[in-house]
Write a protein that binds this ligand. Structure first.
Ligand code: PLP
Length: 390
């Protein structure tokens, strides 16, 4: 099959690029930290089963943040002992996860109390991790996604809650297995990862922790479309150097949870022209896809693309609208330098992270997904409205 024959709109997963992203990322951290690196696949970044299953062939664990994601990972063939359970909504599932041998990072004091309570009278005690809430915005002003509001996740270091959690655990005979340090940022900069790893080292020193693992979380850039952004080896050097101030790579496992870094550039999005009209001097092209499929928050940022079957060079502004009945569903407010024709197709790059995960049933059902592998395209998800019916 040729890309011109795919039923549009659709996502196209490029296995070769996905493989390359995974290998580059793993090589970088294995080189800097050694054998004890554990990779978690962030399910929320892309919950298409093939993606997790493929990452699992590289030894990835599933990083899940809800009971639904837990079930999803199980259905992908991931066993509990190869899951990392994070997030603020574990509920009672937290006890099942601990029992079945998952890596569990407790997010709040209520969860700590729940676990302490459950194991109070048991002789065999579990080990758990704690998600740390610390003031990254203070260390990297303007770089976090919080903008004036404190980050919501984890147990606060500055107000003594973290020390209180340590005490609760130790009173219950439950060992602290690790720290979970994930923080999302707008910049994904090396300074952010320096601050995260530095803080993990300082916490270790201050509380004299003996940890099985330090989990740095996700939030890295990856792939080759971002030439001015940090590469995996730069992240690895920064993180490992800062962690080594307290932790020994021979004794403590480094856990990383890359989502976008391995997924973003793995997947393209293809859409075809439906019709072209002239309205009050503007050329308006309507395509069968929707901006919702590649930019679910509809924030104005351009996605790199290529035109298949382009027309002649033109300076004229062309407005490209999606197939929904929403005026805002326009792909970009900027110039395209070749005329879009009736048989043109637009192939958008970098659509593998936080895109298909957000697919809804608004006007269009979630689009087809093809896997591009060994030169061929295979349909791996078929568009369907089944989920609207019992
Ligand atoms: C979202 C998230 C990740 C992955 O983030 P990316 O930006 O996709 O790399 C990893 N760990 C946790 C806890 C997360 O919430």
């Amino acid at each position: 099959m040729d890309i011109r024959e795919l039923e549009t709109p659709c996502y196209v997963i490029n296995e070769e690029i996905y493989d390359q992203n995974i290998r580059t990322f793993q090589e970088a951290f294995d080189t800097q930290w050694g054998k004890k690196v554990l990779y978690g696949y962030s399910v929320k970044t892309n919950n298409f089963p093939y993606m997790l299953k493929h990452a699992m062939t590289y030894g990835f664990y599933a990083e899940v943040v809800s009971p639904d994601e837990w079930e999803f990972a199980e259905r992908c063939g991931c066993t509990a002992d190869r899951m990392i359970y994070n997030g603020p909504q574990k509920r009672d599932g937290v006890l099942k996860a601990i029992e079945q041998g998952a890596i569990v990072n407790l997010d709040n004091l209520e969860e700590v109390q729940l676990v302490c309570e459950a194991y109070r009278d048991k002789t065999v005690k579990p080990e758990v991790g704690l998600r740390v809430n610390f003031d990254l915005e203070k260390m990297c002003p303007g770089e976090t996604t919080c903008e004036g509001i404190p980050g919501r996740f984890g147990i606060c270091l500055e107000n003594g809650d973290f020390a209180a959690a340590l005490q609760l655990l130790s009173q219950s005979g439950i060992a602290l297995a690790g720290l979970h340090m994930h923080q999302s940022s707008k910049t994904r900069s090396l300074a952010v990862f320096q601050a995260i790893a530095q803080t993990a080292a300082e916490i270790g020193k201050r509380f004299q922790l003996k940890l099985n693992y330090v989990d740095i979380g996700g939030g890295f850039f990856g792939g080759s479309y971002f030439p001015n952004k940090p590469a995996p080896d730069e992240y690895a050097v920064t993180v490992c150097k800062a962690l080594k101030q307290y932790y020994d790579p021979a004794g403590t496992m480094l856990v990383v949870e890359p989502g976008a870094a391995i997924l973003a550039t793995s997947t393209d999005y293809l859409t075809s022209v439906l019709n072209i009209r002239e309205v009050r001097g503007k050329r308006i092209v309507t395509v069968d896809g929707s901006l919702l499929h590649i930019n679910p928050s509809l924030k104005p940022h351009p996605t790199p693309f290529q035109m298949i079957n382009p027309g002649l060079e033109t300076d004229r502004e062309q407005i490209v609208g999606g197939s929904t009945c929403m005026e805002l569903d326009r792909f970009w407010p900027r110039d395209i330098h070749q005329e879009i024709q009736h048989d043109s197709r637009l192939l958008f790059y970098c659509c593998g992270a936080y895109m298909s995960t957000h697919n809804s049933y608004f006007i269009n059902a979630a689009p087809n997904i093809y896997l591009h592998k060994n030169g061929d395209y295979v349909l791996v998800r078929k568009k369907s409205i089944d989920a609207l019916f019992l």
